[in-house]
Design a protein. Structure first.
Length: 392
């Protein structure tokens, strides 16, 4: 409960600071902060809404099952996009932009980097990573044969679509989530983890064989992109160094909420707002952009909040006993912890899933209490009907 209160307090700090920064004179007008406030705060209420949406573990399971079922048509569209030319009407980004469709692979066999039903590769990549995290607990849950095979199909579609995006961060995230999942489980419960791994091995082999047979071009294109460009480590390290480099430009208060938001120039143009102060440095990573917008204090509030949500999810995982709920808490923790430097502010898909998973802090312990109460009531009824039962 202490960790949960810390999360709530930090949310209040972040909200107050973001609103305060919306009146930063460097913005030129408080109206410029509209997109920024939405990006930071809009999805946070999900964490308090979630406990009121599900009254039992079964309800949560059915919701997640239905959510993953929608992945099937989206994943099929992604496959069709990959095997279609870049000029196909299926391969478009946001209407009205001049950005060309990204491709990857060899010169002889150049393929489209797919976006599914999303406007950009980055948002589709987050969607696939979140779905991957949710399919892991589904594989281990007792389901009917139909839903078990549908889960395997969903896992296959996540894998091949992730490769077809050409997004290394998406695939690396999934690999790290899988390694983290089994690694943490093994350290706490080695015997049961080995049993779970054997259960996961069969669908994993099916998925890998199917992908290697039917979607070899996607594997080859992704492998060529990964081996042909060795900038991953420099991009990751650079994202953590940007705040240290930018702090000399921000002062105590930065340039205001939404100052670096991609939609800010359009908003200024439409509403004929003042141009605001020019940011004298090029920025790329979200850590650097948050530093420029909110200054050092806002940076500490924001990333302190992100650290506290990950820690709270870890504590929920340690305290839960029911396997399905415990696995959900672990995958939510890994989704957040591995992407600590991820674009939570400037990627709406990440923001939506991030705060949805954060809601597990409050939802999962509540559901376990409900399920424990149901079990106690059933035991009491059993003892009433069978007074000589040894379980009395």
């Amino acid at each position: 409960m202490t960790k949960n209160r810390i999360v709530t307090v930090l949310i209040i700090f972040v909200a107050v600071w973001c609103i305060y920064e919306s009146f930063n004179p460097s913005l030129g007008s408080p109206l410029v902060a509209l997109f920024g406030l939405k990006a930071y705060l809009f999805y946070i209420p999900l964490i308090w809404m979630l406990p009121n949406l599900f009254q039992s573990e079964e309800e949560l399971y059915k919701f997640l099952r239905s959510h993953l079922l929608l992945l099937i048509p989206v994943g099929i569209l992604g496959i069709v996009q990959f095997f279609s030319p870049a000029s196909s009407p299926l391969n478009v980004y946001t209407p009205g932009t001049d950005q060309g469709v990204a491709t990857f692979g060899s010169e002889d066999n150049n393929s489209v980097r797919i976006t599914g039903t999303f406007s950009y590769i980055s948002t589709y990549g987050i969607y696939l990573a979140a779905c991957f995290g949710l399919t892991i607990p589904m594989v281990f849950r007792n389901q009917s044969k139909l839903w078990h095979w549908l889960t395997i199909v969903e896992l296959l579609l996540v894998l091949v679509n992730s490769l077809m995006t050409g997004s290394r961060s998406t695939v690396f995230l999934q690999v790290l989530m899988l390694l983290g999942y089994f690694g943490i489980q093994f350290l706490s419960k080695p015997t049961s983890t080995l049993h779970s791994f054997k259960k996961f091995l069969v669908p994993a082999i099916i998925v890998v064989i199917a992908a290697s047979i039917w979607f070899r071009p996607a594997i080859d294109a992704f492998w060529l992109r990964t081996t042909g460009n060795q900038d991953v480590s420099s991009r990751v390290s650079g994202s953590y160094l940007e705040p240290l480099e930018f702090i000399k430009y921000t002062g105590l208060y930065g340039y205001g909420t939404g100052a670096t938001h991609q939609a800010t120039p359009m908003l200024r143009n439409i509403l004929k707002l003042p141009p605001g102060e020019v940011i004298p440095v090029a920025y790329e990573s979200e850590l650097g952009r948050v530093t420029l917008e909110l200054g050092p204090f806002g940076f500490l509030f924001w990333y302190g909040l992100r650290a506290s949500t990950a820690i709270a999810l870890w504590n929920v995982y340690l305290n839960l006993q029911r396997p399905f709920l415990r696995q959900l808490a672990l995958t939510a923790f890994l989704f957040q912890a591995i992407q600590f430097n991820g674009p939570l502010v400037f990627n709406y898909a990440f923001s939506l899933y991030y705060w949805f998973f954060t809601g597990f802090i409050f939802l999962l312990p509540q559901l376990e209490q409900v399920e424990n109460w149901y079990q106690q009531q059933q035991l009491l009824q059993q003892n009433a009907y069978f007074p000589d039962s040894p379980y009395r």
